[in-house]
Design a protein around this ligand. Structure first.
Ligand code: FES
Length: 227
């Protein structure tokens, strides 16, 4: 084979000469577009992620903050006439603490007439002590023979005015506000007390009251203000 034959260019393809393709547009753009497809996908996926995030976060925030803006509705209920109560013994009364939830909204309190014999009381007031144990919330019972409130769950014991004297409860028993209207004793909103029986905003069972605990266990905004 001669040198001339060896230098021949590649044979043309059977279907004819190769036609060069038109120059490709820049990657991601179509004619008339000002944003690449990649950027369009990024932006739309970020918008979708934002909407999905807002759908989860906004209701949570609204749920948490709603109680702050919901005014507390004070409720009073008559539980007997003045002469039904004495200062040396308690009488158990059942009343509705939370409206609209049926029997579950009812609670029991031990009520007696106040006495200047006891710290911070006067003879013309009434004292209503909650039966909800300040430890974990079991119902306590007043035992007249001992003059104490006893909790059956873990042995919590409270004295005559509801101060803890034994067992695991971290604070005295809660109380309810009282007043007299038309000769009837009425029970109002619940409140908690410190070990010195100073009224504070109501706390959940297990929470201490007074001193630094007021900051460590801040009250829930949905609870009534302290009297
Ligand atoms: S619930 Fe009353 S002592 Fe524990």
């Amino acid at each position: 084979m001669s040198d001339e034959q060896n230098n021949n260019p590649e044979p043309e393809e059977a279907n004819g000469p190769r036609v060069p393709l038109p120059e490709a547009p820049s990657r991601g753009y179509f004619e008339g577009e000002s944003v690449t497809r990649r950027n369009a996908f990024i932006v739309s996926s970020q918008v979708l992620a934002g909407v999905a995030g807002a759908a989860v976060v906004l209701p949570t925030i609204a749920f948490a903050l709603a109680p702050v803006f919901t005014p507390f509705e004070e409720r009073w209920e008559a539980v007997g006439v003045i002469d039904d109560f004495t200062s040396d013994n308690y009488r158990a009364v059942v009343f509705t603490e939370t409206l609209g939830i049926g029997e579950v909204g009812k609670t029991t309190a031990y009520v007696r007439k106040g006495s200047s014999e006891y710290e911070g009381e006067s003879d013309d007031e009434f004292v209503a002590i909650s039966t909800r144990c300040a430890h974990l919330g079991c119902p306590v019972r007043y035992v007249q023979a001992a003059g104490n409130f006893i909790c059956p769950c873990h042995g919590g014991v409270y004295d005559f005015v509801g101060k803890r004297i034994g067992g695991p409860p971290p604070r005295p028993l809660d109380r309810f506000q009282t007043r007299v209207e038309d000769g009837k004793v009425e029970i109002g909103p619940r409140f908690s007390v410190t070990n010195q029986l100073k009224a504070v905003r109501v706390r959940d069972p297990g929470e201490f009251t007074g001193g630094i605990w007021e900051f460590l266990y801040p009250p829930r905004p949905s609870t009534p203000p302290a009297p």
